[in-house]
Design a protein around this ligand. Sequence first.
Ligand SMILES: C[S@@+](CC[C@H](N)C(=O)[O-])C[C@H]1O[C@@H](n2cnc3c(N)ncnc32)[C@H](O)[C@@H]1O
Length: 308
Amino acid sequence: MLAALAVAEGETHLDGTFGAGGYTRAILSAGAGRVIAFDRDPDAIAEGRALEAECEGRLILVSERFSRMGEALDARGVGAVDGVTLDIGVSSMQIDRADRGFSFQSDGPLDMRMEREGESAADFLNTADEAEIADVLHDLGEEPRARRVARAIVAARPITRTGELADVVRRALGHRPHEKKDPATRTFQAIRIHLNRELEELEEGLAAAEQVLRPGGRLAVVSFHSIEDRIVKRFLRERSGATPSGSRHRPDAGAGGPAPSFEAVGKPVRASEAEIARNPRSRSATLRVARRTSALPWVSVVEKGRQS
Ligand SMILES: C[S@@+](CC[C@H](N)C(=O)[O-])C[C@H]1O[C@@H](n2cnc3c(N)ncnc32)[C@H](O)[C@@H]1O
């Protein structure tokens, strides 16, 4: 990830997903002059304050969603940045703390809210109708037996604990000895992505990165699920002009469509065996890197096209 970002001495980088600060620390150690790091989880930001103080102005923490990076940079008087990093998904801190309700391995309240506000997993599962739950499990968890799981959830309501939900799913799907993964994995993933609007955040975050990167600036995105990687892949194909014209962004942009705003850097990178041994979660991780060109961001091109 770090090599791909090609951090140069004194640059300003934006880490959209601070988490425990691993990437931020690496970017600072590589010589960046300043890192502006976002996390939507107030606990991650609170735990990062000590590092922020140690860095004496080289690290600025922002308790905000990365989709709002443009507004947050404007508010701090920061112009274009040299690099944007997004490491999509949940942190080990979120998974490891049972009280956050993300884990099916330890029992806790059925919560799963990254921002600690809004609808909880329990609110959703205890009020949504069966079809809506099934759609979420199918679309965001790629659960092949989504209807069966949704029916079992509705029959077991109210459900208030992660342990209860995991048991309901395991009973509904049965134990399949050839399956390495816990059958509850897909259900927990789907509900988490739904509640936190993670796919919408990713789409909006990519478009925001296009706005804040200077020409030549690098975008590095690590995603953990094929469902997220597809969004990144589609965005970069489109913005680099690899998608034939006629896509939903192009028709109103005038003859020939907008000039490519990104160029891909290298091929997508999957985790090495050594990386997987160190961090088993990285097994399905994919890193994609692209360089910002000097063309206008597509959103403003399309808006201009509409105004004229
Ligand atoms: C996989 S972890 C990042 C780990 C980090 N790279 C590190 O080295 O410690 C993802 C983090 O991103 C945060 N996050 C997820 N979606 C976000 C969003 N839309 N905006 C800001 N932070 C987000 C989560 O709260 C979590 O702390």
